[in-house]
Design a protein around this ligand. Structure first.
Ligand code: C2E
Ligand code: CA
Ligand code: CA
Length: 876
């Protein structure tokens, strides 16, 4: 029996210098000794009492058989059964011994300790973490049983244990002072550990508060979780924070484990950037959900079930979390390196401790505190990783900011380029009209409104250059002229800057159609001073281009602020008006005069009313005869438009035809004229006058796709012979687009109508071109005819032209015959037909018919064209 009580102490020492004495109950030992031999009894019913056990032990045939535990720490696994343990101590030394039994597993729910001494009643202490902390014999998280023994004294202990978790009793027997020295040291190590984790928690928590970046929060909370797990497993929190609330203590143990798992998983997800598209994402989410459930379960299911659930969850989860590191490291995720190392350190610490527990490696500080050291290192490494991450993110932000700045700069450059394009002439690169207007507006809106001039320079011969040299060369010429102009004017006092930038200063602007603009200060520049003449003179000089001397013939138009306009558009328009008048001037510099302005309100009225005038038959036709010089009879007539305006009176076609051309009204207008002329001609035919009808058309009509069809249809319907219809088109109109005009004229001529080249001698058409035209008639412009009788050179020109054209097969008409001498000269030259006031002015139809009736017999028999109703003087 005594053997049952015999306890075996196995002494394992840090230094190994103390010998092992089995079954010796010597209690006077220096340091902590493991109680490795004792007896235990399982009590499934949980009803056994100390008295019952003592009685049973004293009986002859004990019914309970105690088992001996040799050489190991009592560990009964997860059980809810009650266990009894007993051991016996003897003080064999000569001194009195002050001892402590330490049970360094603070999670036991119930631990009743009975101390039995011979001849004394048992002394009972109720420990366990279901009891308030105040019941402890010593104020320490571990269960401590202090006792003393006189020399030779004996004492037996009976322990009744019951707990919901794993039931283990790592028991050590200590000499009192040695114990308190040792736990002082251990407490220091633990405090250091708690301190490290607390600091890490605080740092990361504050980083989170500052940055609102979830990773830091999860990390802070998981660190806090470890802190709570370790300190509540060691019952430190119980001792310090809630010693009177055992329930809270147990709950904190239960909750902190799955909660820590939850935050660790969340941290892993954020830290390693594991997103939905990763295969690791779903398992992580599953762990998060399970951990959440485990937290909730702690409030519902039993302690034991809850602990099991947590352990069941934690083992695979931690293996999974651990493997995330190397997996992502292999994929090149930078953060995964730190993560793997941190986990590695923790695992190594745990492994060292475990290996020590299983006796693979000897005891040392590192093996003892492997998990703590590992987890502290893990926390530190991850904090460093987070700091590095913070730094990187900052760096990336700076790079991103630099990138945004660069993009901004580029956009700005593009805008500036666009701005430049919008405000500059594509060929000359000088400021354009919009820019010029801005410069003028600046001046008109400035506070000291100094008078200034807007000056337009137009190169009248540029169109020719364009036609002769082609667009590419013409562009080069224009660019050179623009540069030259800008250079010339910037040396002249009073010329204002049109546009100024960091790289350039422009004094001249460039418009469409080879026009330039400058602005000058009237006072400084001096109105009509030599300056303008100087500029003009330098511009007048022909320019050299690829060995050619190009004549530009500039004209200048000037409008002055404030007399000629108070805003940019008006000033520019008025300068244009002045420009047009300047061409006729000797100086070729024109100043705006209101009388000249064809672009005033009258023009606007014409513009808006012309269409209505056609619709309401407010237009009429006058007819001017053409006479044969040889026979003297009337061979045809030209229809000339008249507009009797209710307000302006008679408006001549020179004024409204250009408007009609610009607005597109020319199409219905010409068709209206053609229809009327055909009707008139039908009537004349019926009356027996077999004459021709000349109708003026404009170049715009040739561009109408259905013009030819219209003409041939109308003639076909009228039943008149097509060759009695003559279409007159001016030479200059044809020259704006010679190739197209030629093609279009050919189409028109194919209908059988005749073509007449009007105002011949005012354009620049070449003989070669004229030769190709499908025309039958040439009308020499009246400017050449006018002074034929007094200017011999005009006579020579007309004569040469007439002969030449006749040789090419054209009939030659002289228009604008105003006197007898002229008629005589023309007869001498050999002109075919004549037309002019001297013979007959344009007349309304009824008066012409009247004239015909009195002067010409029907049937078109030859007679003599005569001035003012008389016969053409045959004698001339
Ligand atoms: P045009 O075709 O050269 O017409 C001749 C112009 O000279 C007419 O001016 C006529 O009245 C004028 N005239 C006739 N004899 C003499 C004369 O001895 N001395 C002077 N100094 N002038 C004379 P009008 O009627 O003012 O027509 C001007 C221009 O308007 C025409 O010049 C023609 O180009 C155009 N035009 C007239 N009617 C039409 C039309 O129905 N359609 C088109 N597209 N243009 C028309
Ligand atoms: Ca004409
Ligand atoms: Ca004419």
């Amino acid at each position: 029996m005594s053997s049952i009580y015999r306890l075996i102490w196995l002494v394992l020492c840090f230094t190994g210098s103390i010998s092992v004495q089995a079954a010796v109950n010597n209690v006077q030992l220096e340091a902590g000794k493991k109680l490795i031999a004792l007896e235990y009894l399982r009590d499934d019913s949980g009803t056994l009492s100390l008295d019952a056990l003592l009685d049973d032990a004293a009986s002859e045939t004990p019914s309970h058989s105690w088992e001996t535990l040799v050489d190991s720490t009592p560990n009964f696994g997860y059980t809810q059964a009650t266990y009894w343990l007993r051991f016996h101590l003897v003080n064999e030394s000569a001194q009195r011994a002050d001892q402590v039994i330490e049970i360094s597993y603070p999670q036991l729910d119930y631990l009743d300790v009975y101390e039995l001494r011979p001849g004394q009643p048992p002394v009972k202490a109720s420990l366990g973490d279901r009891q308030p902390f105040s019941q402890r014999l010593v104020d320490h998280p571990n269960f401590l049983i202090p006792f003393e023994m006189a020399s030779g004294a004996q004492v037996s202990f009976y322990l009744r244990v019951q707990t919901q978790g794993s039931l283990q009793l790592p028991m050590s027997l200590w000499q009192n002072t040695a114990f308190f020295l040792a736990i002082g040291e251990e407490d220091q190590i633990h405090s250091f550990y708690y301190g490290v984790l607390s600091v890490i928690f605080i740092i990361n928590f504050f980083v989170y508060v500052a940055l609102r970046e979830k990773t830091y929060l999860y990390y802070a909370l998981s660190t806090l979780g470890y802190l709570v797990i370790i300190s509540s497993l060691r019952a430190k929190t119980f001792q310090v924070f809630w010693p009177d609330f055992p329930w809270l203590h147990n709950q904190s143990v239960l909750v902190s484990i799955p909660l820590t798992l939850l935050f660790s998983t969340l941290f892993t997800r954020e830290f390693l950037h594991i997103t939905r598209d990763s295969r690791l994402y779903m398992p992580l989410q599953a762990i998060i959900v399970m951990a959440g459930l485990a937290v909730a379960a702690t409030f519902v299911i039993s302690y034991a079930a809850s602990i099991r659930f947590s352990v069941f969850l934690i083992i695979p989860s931690f293996i999974f979390l651990f493997s995330c590191g190397p997996l992502l490291w292999a994929k090149g995720v930078r953060a995964a390196r730190y993560y793997s190392i941190a986990w590695g350190v923790l695992t190594a610490g745990g492994a060292l401790t475990a290996a020590n527990k299983y006796g693979v490696i000897p005891n040392s500080f590192i093996t003892e505190y492997g998990v703590q050291i590992g987890s502290a290192l893990e926390a530190i490494i991850l904090t460093v990783a987070l700091a590095e991450r913070l730094y990187r993110e900052r760096e990336q932000k700076v790079i991103a900011q630099a990138e945004t700045l660069r993009e901004h700069h580029e956009r700005r450059q593009a805008e500036l380029r666009l701005m430049k394009q919008v405000l500059h002439h594509p060929v000359t690169q000088l400021p354009n009209r919009a820019c010029f207007e801005m410069a003028i507006n600046d001046l008109t809106l400035s506070r000291n409104q100094q008078p200034f001039s807007v000056c337009l320079i137009h190169l009248t011969r540029f169109q020719e250059i364009n036609k002769t040299l082609g667009h590419n060369n013409a562009d080069l010429v224009l660019e050179a002229i623009g540069r030259k102009l800008n250079e010339i004017v910037q040396t002249v006092d009073g010329v204002k800057v049109v546009e100024e930038s960091a790289e350039s200063r422009f004094f001249a602007a460039s418009f469409e159609a080879a026009s330039f603009g400058i602005i000058y200060d009237n006072q400084l520049f001096g109105v009509n001073s030599e300056n303008l003449a100087q500029v003009q003179e330098r511009l007048f000089r022909p320019i050299d281009f690829k060995g050619m001397r190009l004549e530009l013939s500039p004209v200048i138009g000037i409008a002055q602020f404030p007399d000629h306009g108070r805003d940019a558009p008006t000033l520019i328009r008025h300068a244009h008006v002045a420009l047009e008048s300047a061409e006729a001037l000797e100086t070729r510099i024109g100043y705006y005069r209101q009388e000249q302005d064809r672009y005033n309100s009258r023009r606007l009225t014409i513009l808006s009313e012309l269409k209505l005038a056609i619709a309401h038959d407010a237009l009429t036709l006058n007819f001017q005869p053409k006479f044969s010089v040889a026979q003297g009879n009337l061979v045809g007539m030209e229809a000339l438009l008249r507009w009797n305006h209710p307000r302006f009176g008679l408006i001549r076609p020179d004024e409204f035809i250009p408007v009609a051309e610009q607005t597109g009204v020319i199409k219905p207008l010409t068709r209206w004229v053609i229809q009327h002329c055909l009707t008139v001609l039908q009537d004349l035919f019926r009356a027996g006058h077999n004459i021709s009808m000349a109708i003026n058309i404009s170049a715009s009509n040739l561009r109408e796709s259905d013009f030819v069809d219209f003409v041939s249809d109308a003639i076909a319907k009228s039943g008149l012979p097509a060759q009695n219809i003559i279409l007159e088109l001016t030479e200059t109109a044809m020259m704006t687009d010679p190739i197209r005009s030629l093609a279009a004229l050919e189409a028109v001529a194919s209908t059988g109508v005749r073509i007449s080249i009007d105002d011949f001698g005012t354009g620049y058409s070449s003989l070669a071109y004229i030769k190709k035209l499908p025309a039958s008639e040439i009308k020499i412009d009246r400017s050449l005819i006018k002074e034929i009788s007094i200017k011999s050179e005009d006579q020579i020109i007309v004569k040469a032209t007439t002969k030449m054209c006749q040789q090419l097969g054209f009939k030659v008409v002289a228009e604008g015959v105003e006197d007898e001498l002229t008629l005589r000269a023309l007869r001498q030259i050999g002109c075919d037909l004549v037309q002019g006031y001297y013979l007959l002015p344009p007349l309304p139809l009824n008066r012409l018919v009247e004239w015909l009736y009195t002067n010409q017999s029907t049937g078109g028999s030859p007679g003599s064209p005569s001035p003012r109703g008389g016969s053409l003087p045959a004698s001339a």
